[in-house]
Design a protein around this ligand. Structure first.
Ligand code: 2F8
Ligand code: CA
Length: 147
């Protein structure tokens, strides 16, 4: 077994999709803490292939009972240090990214990015207030198991 129970392996990386109502939705920081406790961190997208695979995965999670603004998944991307400078948790800066049309718009001091299930995988990201409660995606390497 390459990933912990309940995790999904995609191209040799392990992902956790916080989908269940039991886990509920959390702020960006609380979601990050959840990931850290499993030896992981919020998702960092390193390639177009990775983005496409994840966009495809979360399409299955569309929740018609919730407004679009609440159907997002926090990812490890912020512009909290310098407004407008979107930086992954590994320090990499985003050049273009896969923002939805009109995003990021910093509408209400929005410093955290979330990925949304969209028909067009290139219209995927939105910046939202970090204290908004959303689902999230954790990522970790398959080994070693620390828990
Ligand atoms: O229309 C885009 C806009 O939609 C929502 O605000 C109405 C989002 N807000 C939250 O997710 C909290 C904005 O981030 C988004 O830009
Ligand atoms: Ca926004």
């Amino acid at each position: 077994r390459q990933c912990l129970p309940g995790w999904t392996v995609i191209n040799s990386m392990c992902y956790f999709f916080a989908l269940s109502e039991e886990l509920s939705r959390r702020s960006w920081m609380d979601a990050r803490h959840f990931c850290k406790r499993q030896g992981s961190d919020l998702l960092v997208i390193n390639s177009r292939e990775e983005h496409m695979a994840l966009a495809e995965m979360i399409k299955m999670s569309r929740d018609p009972s919730r407004p679009m603004s609440q159907s997002g998944f926090w990812i490890g991307l912020r512009d909290a240090d310098v407004e407008g400078s979107w930086t992954w948790l590994d320090g990499t800066r985003v050049e273009e990214g896969y923002w939805n049309i009109g995003e990021p718009n910093n509408q209400n001091n929005e410093d955290c990015a979330a990925m949304y299930p969209r028909e067009n995988p290139f219209n995927s990201w939105n910046d939202a207030p970090c204290n908004w409660n959303l689902k999230w995606i954790c990522e970790r390497t398959p080994r070693p198991f620390s828990s």
